[in-house]
Each structure stands twice: as structure tokens, then as C-alpha cells.
Design a protein around this ligand. Structure first.
Ligand SMILES: *Cc1c(COP(=O)(O)O)cnc(C)c1O
Length: 455
């Protein structure tokens, strides 16, 4: 543990500051562009969607951003989250590797998402927002912002990807328990939703479509703002509590990771764990490896293009440079709903482009096998998304077994799977298939990327 990180943590072992990787990067991330003018956008262009405090965090170059005390008070309910050594998994694999995992499933909704839902709700409340609109895939984000919204007295409308709305009725019930309204997307409540349904009444939805609906509604009302559960810089900033705590906990364990692994949908839990370590690599010349694991059916980093694209399907958002499959790409309805996004956080994409991390893709069947092996050994059923990180860790541990090397692996168990048991049932019944993405669909989607002169 280095002093530069240690002072970020306070007496109660909860971080006092969020960590911002931008401050340590060798080159700044590419600008966010206005789709009409092709020029970099300013804070005012985002003011309809987000409160100024979050916009400031979106563009800050400061290394540390103070966490407001009311936010720390809520986070303290479950943070610091535990760091476990997976001794029984190590034994089951008969590997010389040491495997640790940071467990984010202890939060009120069972994933890392409340780490950013709480500050987003807080800053919106401070700015006078009455209502939040948002999208959700598998429902983890929707339930997290529903929880945080009611805590700070905000109304929450969640547009839930239709396939998940039907696959995950209990997630929906959880959102309702926290007082949110949950609408299957595409819906008839927005122009974006109606346009999609006119073309394809059976459309199973996607995060890109649900984002269009939520953004459209936030843009229409002054008292309504939009909240996003991943991808954006301020979300990655809020998630840095994971890595900051892990650094101290690994230090307490007398160990240091050689390899860090996280599943990557929009990139926020991976960045949360890995960015403080990547910053340390950059500042101190260390070589901690970081591996992003994504689903083979939605292979944003490994098969996508690093290009300017819209964050949503209806082209309502600004243009961000990111690894993308194209905003018209609708991934196959695999169970890991939280990983079904056409893009990747611009900061994760930039770090990947700079060679600061690696990426690989796995099919869902291998991931569920890994999830079951992990559950038997460690007694926690991983979220379908998190099984990708588990499979990544198992892969690396088995490489150690083959080579006889004893490496230290740290992965992020981003959430539990207790709302996802239908997916496990489908796996046990042999109903899951490894649907690869369609090459032609991807080529077509990439050919429609917006043209940007500045590139
Ligand atoms: C949302 C979610 C993910 C994927 O989102 P990231 O922004 O890539 O972290 C992964 N795991 C769980 C449990 C999630 O809820």
C-alpha cells in the first residue's frame, strides 16, 4: 500500500475520496462531441440530463474527489464490502495460485450498482430534481436507483429491457418494493419506443433502446433528470471505492494481486476494482495485469471498433469515442442481461486502447459451469454477469497449475445471483445455448457508425 492511496481511506475504513484515473493517464481521453456540430460539448449541453455536480465529476481531471458525508453514511451500511480468499475454490482447482475476490453482493440490491446510485440520487436531490428516469437491463441498476431514489425522496421511472422484464419478475417486484415505476422497453410512452415498435412489434429490447426512452423523457421535463448505471466517467469514479478498499484489504492480507479480473458490460465494476491499480501501475511502474471479461455474444472490446458512436439506439446522446458494436446492434438475449450493451465505458475503452488492460470473451455455458463450481466451493451463487469474472479467474488459476507458477489473482464478484435462479434452472435443464453474434449483423451495425471529422 502506498501513501498516496492510504490517505484516501479514513478511520472507519470507508474511502473519503473517490479515485479518478484520468489524472494518471499518459494521454487524456478523447473529447465528447455534439452530434450536430461535431464539436466538443460543454457542461451546458448536459445540463438537461444531469445535475451540475455530476457534470463536474464527468469532466474533472482531479485525482481525488471528496465523497460527501451523507453519501458515506449510506454506503457505511454495507461498506467496506468483504474481500475473501477463495481457499476452497483453490483446492477444488488444485492450483498453486492464490485467488481472492471482492464481494459486492452484500449491498441492499445485491450488486455494486448502489455505489453510484446513492451519490447520483444525493446530487440530484441537492439540485432540486423531483424525478429520475433510467433504463435497466437485468434489473440490478433499476432496483439500485429505486432504492437510492426513495432514500433521498425522488420518484423513479425505470425502462426495463423487455426480455429481462419477462425473464426477471422478481427484480421488477424489488423495484416496486422500493417505490419505482417499471415499464417494459420498448414502450409506447416515448417517441423512440413507438418508432422501434412500429418497425418491430416483437422487439425484445436492448439497453440502447431503453436509454433512448429514459433520455427522451428527462429532456422533456425540467424537474426530471436522467441517471445512468454504468459507462459514464462519474459512474466509474463512484465505483472506485471497490478498488480503494481492496488495496487496503489485500495489504491487510499481506498480499498483492498479480492479476485483476472483472466482467465488463458497460465497464463500471471492472473499472471500480481495476482503475486504482492501473493508476498505481502508471505512477509507480508496477505491472499488475488487468483482464476484462465479456460475453462472446456481445464482444464489445474484443470485436468492436474504437470509434465515435451514440450511447443509445435512437441517437439522442452525445457522441463518445468508445469500443462499440454500433448503436443499432441488438445483442442476443443471453441471461447476463447486465452485459448486453453495444458500447463500453469511454475510459475503459481508452485504457484498453493504451494497452493498460487486456480483454477476452467467453460463452455463457462455460460461465455458468464456472458459477456452479464457485457456488459449490464458496457458498455464494454468482450473478450471471459475475460468472464471467469467475470463469476468467478459473482460467488463470488453471494456467498457474499447468505452469507451476503461484500467482495472486483478485477478481470482482460484482453481485449475487439469487434473483437469477431461472437462468441457473435453464442451465441445469440444458436450455442455454452459446449464441454467437451474427457477423453480418455486426458488420452492418458497424457500417452505420456516425461519421466524425475530428477522428
Ligand atoms: C450491471 C452489472 C454488471 C455489468 O455492468 P458493469 O458496468 O460492466 O459493471 C456486472 N455485474 C453485475 C452484478 C451487474 O449488476
Amino acid at each position: 500500500m502506498t501513501d498516496s492511496i492510504k490517505y484516501l481511506l479514513s478511520e472507519d475504513r470507508l474511502p473519503k475520496y473517490w479515485y479518478n484515473l484520468v489524472a494518471d493517464l499518459p494521454t487524456p481521453p478523447p473529447a465528447v462531441l455534439h452530434p450536430g456540430t461535431g464539436q466538443p460539448i460543454g457542461p451546458d449541453d448536459l445540463a438537461a440530463l444531469f445535475p451540475m455536480a455530476l457534470i463536474a465529476q464527468e469532466v474533472t481531471q482531479e485525482r481525488e474527489v471528496e465523497i460527501p458525508q451523507p453519501v458515506r453514511d449510506v454506503l457505511a451500511q454495507w461498506r467496506p464490502s468483504p474481500l475473501f480468499r477463495a481457499r476452497k475454490l483453490e483446492k477444488a482447482l488444485d492450483t498453486p495460485a492464490k485467488i481472492y475476490y471482492k464481494y459486492e453482493g452484500v449491498s441492499p440490491t445485491g450488486s455494486h450498482k448502489p455505489n453510484t446510485a446513492v451519490p447520483q440520487a444525493f446530487y440530484n436531490k441537492e439540485a432540486g430534481t423531483k424525478r429520475l428516469t433510467t433504463e435497466t437491463g437485468a434489473g440490478q441498476w433499476g432496483s439500485s436507483i429505486a432504492y437510492a431514489g426513495q432514500y433521498f425522496g425522488l420518484e423513479v421511472d425505470v425502462y426495463m429491457v423487455k426480455v429481462s422484464y419477462h425473464q426477471k419478475p422478481y427484480r421488477r417486484a424489488l423495484m416496486q418494493t422500493f417505490g419505482a415505476r417499471c415499464v417494459p422497453s420498448p414502450s409506447t410512452e416515448t417517441e423512440s419506443g413507438r418508432a422501434i415498435l412500429a418497425k418491430d412489434p416483437e422487439c425484445s429490447g436492448s439497453l440502447g433502446i431503453a436509454i433512448s426512452e429514459a433520455v427522451e423523457l428527462a429532456g422533456k421535463r425540467d424537474d426530471t433528470k436522467y441517471a445512468l448505471g454504468s459507462v459514464l466517467n462519474h459512474v466509474l469514479l463512484h465505483q472506485s471505492v471497490i478498488g480503494l478498499e481492496a488495496m487496503e484489504q489485500m495489504d491487510m492480507a499481506g498480499d498483492d494481486p498479480d492479476i485483476i479480473i472483472g466482467c465488463a458490460g458497460g465497464g463500471s465494476n471492472l473499472a471500480g476494482l481495476a482503475f486504482p491499480y492501473i493508476g498505481r501501475n502508471l505512477r509507480e511502474g508496477k505491472n499488475t495485469r488487468v483482464i476484462a471479461v465479456e460475453p462472446a455474444s456481445c464482444p464489445t472490446l474484443t470485436k468492436g471498433k474504437f470509434a465515435y458512436d451514440f450511447g443509445d439506439t435512437a441517437s439522442l446522446t452525445p457522441l463518445v469515442k468508445m469500443h462499440t458494436l454500433g448503436s443499432s446492434f441488438v445483442p442476443s438475449p443471453i441471461h447476463a442481461g447486465g452485459l448486453r450493451y453495444h458500447g463500453m465505458a469511454p475510459l475503459v475503452s481508452h485504457a484498453y486502447d493504451l494497452g493498460l488492460m487486456e480483454a477476452r470473451a467467453y460463452g455463457q455455458i462455460d460461465c455458468f459451469k464456472a458459477g456452479v463450481l464457485f457456488a459449490k466451493a464458496e457458498g455464494i451463487v454468482p450473478a450471471p454477469e459475475s460468472t464471467h469474472a469467475v470463469q476468467g479467474a478459473i482460467d488463470e488459476a488453471l494456467k498457474c497449475k499447468a505452469s507451476g507458477e503461484s500467482k495472486t489473482i483478485l477478481f470482482n464478484l460484482s453481485g449475487h445471483g439469487y434473483f437469477d435462479m431461472q437462468a441457473y434452472t435453464d442451465f441445469f435443464d440444458g436450455k442455454l445455448v452459446d449464441e454467437a453474434y451474427d457477423e453480418d449483423v455486426l458488420a452492418d451495425s458497424l457500417s452505420k457508425l456516425p461519421q466524425v471529422a475530428a477522428e
